[in-house]
Write a protein that binds this ligand. Structure first.
Ligand SMILES: Nc1ncnc2c1ncn2[C@@H]1O[C@H](COP(=O)(O)OP(=O)(O)OP(=O)(O)O)[C@@H](O)[C@H]1O
Ligand SMILES: [Mg+2]
Length: 314
């Protein structure tokens, strides 16, 4: 079975309101799959069906080759809900042992897993304290540890890094990449563009209950994003025409902006930059500034919806 998740024509209605409006999704095994969407897009609703917490109004989900409602399938999924299910009056240890018990992990193995995962995310030293004393970020991290205790095949994380400091976010990212390195599949819902772009092998953009585009971040940007822009500022004023002329001779169209600046619109700046610098060098021109502005998934979202990501959020 090549796919960890296959979802077909999912519809979820809450009192007549369609939170999901016909979602199709295929997630290959062993990859990090990003589900990127603004607030209210339907990420958590979709995830809740994939992990078997709620049922679709229409359509079907096949997860790890079976139904997510089957307990044998569910035991192979690790799920970090957006609203974590931690008991405030229990300590970190007690909460984690509770989950280990649910998943059938024996105490000795649980202790070793907890120590490894909690130290990886920097929560080990807090585990003796009741969860009500934890900051939001600490609860978030504890909830990720809980999702991983039984070494699941498929890990589903609902906005795992919301509210985390950049350094802690990096630790979570490293952990997620490590999971992929061990052959696990990770489905990651996020409203951070950077997170989807950096972590996702494949990404689906979800908006208003519909998936509006899917592919690797690079594919999405080259399909829907604007061209990249290479901006060059030369040291000697008045030499831009010389460079623009030489570039034109190589089929590279550059437009001068001001007396010392050139802009080049292109699809593949990484290949073009060495060519341009080589031409400038041969002409004896020295480049003071070379800046490459690449499109991001933000541009893709804007192109597809006409809105900026995060605009009109509830
Ligand atoms: N139990 C519910 N009853 C009624 N409406 C709901 C319920 N759960 C979600 N919704 C609505 O369905 C839509 C999708 O919500 P969902 O929580 O899936 O979005 P999300 O992408 O996870 O958003 P966020 O980034 O805020 O977590 C929203 O309009 C939300 O208000
Ligand atoms: Mg959500």
């Amino acid at each position: 079975m090549q796919y960890a998740i296959m979802v077909e024509d999912l519809v979820k209605t809450y009192n007549g309101f369609e939170a999901l409006r016909g979602v199709n999704l295929s997630v290959k095994r062993g990859i990090i799959y990003g589900l990127l969407g603004p607030n209210g897009a339907g990420k958590s609703t979709l995830i809740s069906i994939i992990v078997g917490v709620s049922k679709p109004s229409r359509g079907k989900a096949v997860v790890l080759g079976g139904s997510p409602l089957d307990p044998r399938v569910r035991s192979r999924i690790g799920y970090q809900p957006q609203e974590h299910g931690l008991h405030p009056n229990l300590t970190g240890w007690e909460n984690l042992y509770f989950y280990a018990g649910i998943y059938g992990v024996d105490k000795k193995e649980a202790r070793a897993r907890i120590e490894e995962l909690a130290s990886c995310l920097g929560v080990l030293e807090h585990l003796d304290k009741p969860v009500r004393t934890y900051s939001g970020g600490l609860r978030q991290r504890l909830s990720i540890v809980a999702a991983l205790l039984h070494d699941p095949e498929l890990i589903v994380l609902d906005e795992p890094t919301t509210g985390l400091d950049p350094s802690v976010r990096q630790r979570v990212w490293d952990l997620i990449r490590g999971l992929r390195g061990r052959g696990k599949t990770v489905l990651l819902a996020t409203h951070y563009i950077e997170e989807a772009e950096k972590l996702g092998d494949e990404v689906s953009i979800i908006d208003n209950g519909k998936i509006i585009a899917s592919g690797s971040p690079e594919e999405l940007k080259s399909r829907y994003g604007p061209p990249a822009v290479i901006e060059i500022i030369l040291d000697e004023k008045g030499s831009v025409d010389k460079l623009a002329h030489a570039l034109a001779g190589q089929g590279i169209k550059a437009s001068a902006t001001g007396h010392d600046k050139l802009r080049i619109h292109c699809k593949d700046p990484d290949a073009l930059v060495p060519e341009i610098t080589g031409i400038a060098y041969r002409l004896g021109l020295s480049i003071r500034v070379l800046r490459v502005v690449k499109p991001s998934l933000e541009d893709v979202f804007l192109k597809l919806t006409g809105r900026r990501f995060g605009e009109n959020e509830s």
